[in-house]
Design a protein around this ligand. Sequence first.
Ligand code: UDP
Length: 316
Amino acid sequence: MKTLVVGGAGYIGSIVASELVEAGHDVSVLDDLSRGTAQVEGTTFYEASLLDPESLDGVLANGFDVVLHFAALALVPESVAEPELYFRVNVGGTLNLLEAMNAHDIKRIVFSSTCAVYGEPASVPITEQFPNNPTNSYGASKLAVDHLLTAWTTARNSSAVSLRYFNVAGAAHGLGEHHEPETHIIPIVLDAAAGTRSHVEIFGTDYPTPDGTAVRDYIHVLDLATAHILAIEATSTPGRRIYNLGNGAGFSVREVIETAERVTGCSIPVVESERRAGDPAQLISASDLIRSELGWVPLYPELERMIKDAWEHRGH
Ligand code: UDP
């Protein structure tokens, strides 16, 4: 299948692109290289920006069966500080992409949505029926795209799957998570274990959780890749599908740090500090729908394995 991976130079996009190559897809990558620089062997690379309709049109003119759309700004704190930027890139960029797809009669898309669309849930685990109430512009911009995709599938008799990722972790194919600046907990914790960072700051110790720190549901990037391959198959019939994607288990920030200490054998100094703006207390997924409708089964649900793969990827 001729597959275009938009945002395929980033952490998640590059690993999914590698898995698609392995699964026999004819894979092209489109990326503006603004936040990711990974090169995936066996793919055709196009440098283009979602904010430049002309260059986008030039790439899509090559014709594709399906588009996987990972390209987005994805940092919660940055989105709180720069809402206009997040809506311009995440919503405006996707609008340009859909218009280019329309122009070239491409009718299938798999979109990287997020659990941030739910905001602070009334309870956990979170199902797809929970109200959408994002607490930051990252989640709000992704939710706007989810609405756009719903309207697009109706108006164009097309097919869209949104995968609402919880916290993605781990490494594969020699590719892993690196952001500049880094804001994500696992890479930061591993920096502190390796000694390239003096300590980990725990953002908030007064949350209504068992140990007072925020709880997240971590999913291995390879299990996420499997979900994409199943989602591509699901787009063979027109319609709109939205699935949560996590393991259904929550780990607190302190548990992530303790697990990393066990995996690395290094002690990790911590400093307790204030909550970070826009962070919900607990995000845990109910992923029954993708399991029952697409047959998704995660192979690496253990946090230890995710941290181990990320640690080994760093060369330890
Ligand atoms: N976090 C933290 N210290 C850090 C980075 C993150 O305590 O240096 C916390 C953050 O406040 C959140 C959790 O770890 O509760 C996961 O944050 P991350 O940025 O990795 O992912 P997010 O859930 O924001 O997508």
